[in-house]
Ligand binder design. Structure first.
Ligand code: BDR
Ligand code: CA
Length: 313
């Protein structure tokens, strides 16, 4: 089968970096048409830089990286340096990128790419706040029906929240954008905290990354060394959750994941629960399902896949 064409929309972020590396290491299954940066974990200037650092780490400077929106649709930007460090990619010492940003705005790249390729052949993979995607849908409504699928990291139901008591970071940062995406009518696969909190980098798993001995394996191990302290302290968990790589792993091995087709709506009015994803997991309403909401994964299979692929770079 031909590799699946995707656009990665991202705010790197150590876990975004691992998600990108996994995609770039898997050309048989995934063709990365471009990477679009958005403000999120850190401001846009840093996410646009980090995305290029990651491409260079993978030795793949031919992938175009575009800078996108520098703030949410209508709200001030909330960032997460307390999780990802000042640069967003704290941990390994990696050189500044030499590859330039691609000319043009990320939102226009998303629009042009969807118009250029056959309808239903390009998948969007958002790993950060949904600002770029929502802007593209608003600016060019004709592209919405051309999207094959949206596979995103965001939201939570049973795990509730990580940036507020009731909201996950990506959705909380730009709830209006998330609302536009969840109402788009396109097929959506959601990787919420419910599953990503099961994709934990335990010590043996991180040792396996380091033992690869290549630049990428060592850098990923060092990213995890930094990134894990937050979750260990906050949740007492066994290691860092690899949120965003669940998205790219799903594209390669969907059978590692299980979930339910449910209705998901986004809270955009209550300051108390802003950005909460209301997933009708138990089917208690008659609201039509609009997303496959993932709840579980084969964590050992996921880490075997990831380690094997990172070893290829
Ligand atoms: C999400 O927020 C960011 O901190 C991570 O990169 C991930 O995309 C997890 O809530
Ligand atoms: Ca992210």
């Amino acid at each position: 089968m031909a590799p699946r064409k995707i656009i990665i929309d991202t705010d790197p972020g150590q876990d975004d970096a691992v998600a990108i590396l996994l995609a770039l290491a898997s050309p048989d299954e995934i063709e990365v048409l471009g990477i679009t940066a958005v403000a999120g974990n850190v401001p846009l200037s840093l996410t646009a830089k980090n995305a290029r650092i990651v491409c260079e780490l993978a030795g793949q400077t031919g992938v175009p990286v575009y800078a996108g929106c520098d703030r949410p649709l209508i709200r001030p930007l909330v960032t997460a340096e307390h999780v990802h460090g000042k640069t967003g990619l704290d941990g390994p010492v990696l050189p500044d990128p030499e590859m330039p940003l691609a000319d043009g705005h990320a939102v226009d790249f998303i629009i042009e790419t969807l118009r250029k390729h056959d309808s239903g052949t390009v998948t969007l993979c958002p790993l950060g706040p949904l600002t770029n995607i929502a802007m593209a849908f608003r600016k060019a409504p004709d592209i919405v029906d051309r999207v094959q699928e949206i596979v995103l990291m965001g939201g939570a139901y049973f795990e509730v929240g990580n940036i507020t008591p009731t909201a996950e970071f990506n959705i909380h940062v730009d709830p209006e954008a998330a609302d536009i995406v969840f109402r788009s009518g396109r097929p959506i696969v959601v990787m919420p905290l419910d599953v990503t909190h099961k994709a934990l980098v335990t010590k043996p798993r991180n040792d396996a990354f380091r033992a690869l001995g290549n630049k990428v394996g060592i850098a990923v191990a060092e990213m995890t060394d930094f990134f894990e302290r937050f979750d260990k302290e906050k949740y007492g968990s066994a290691g860092a959750p690899l949120h965003d790589p669940c998205v790219t792993a799903y594209l390669i091995r969907p059978e590692l994941f299980s979930g339910r087709q449910v209705n998901v709506e986004v809270e955009t009015r209550s300051e108390l629960t802003m950005g909460m994803t209301i997933a009708d997991w138990w089917g208690v309403t008659d609201r039509a399902p609009n997303a496959l909401f993932i709840g579980d994964l084969d964590a050992d299979g996921f880490f075997e896949l990831l380690t094997e692929r990172l070893g290829r770079l």
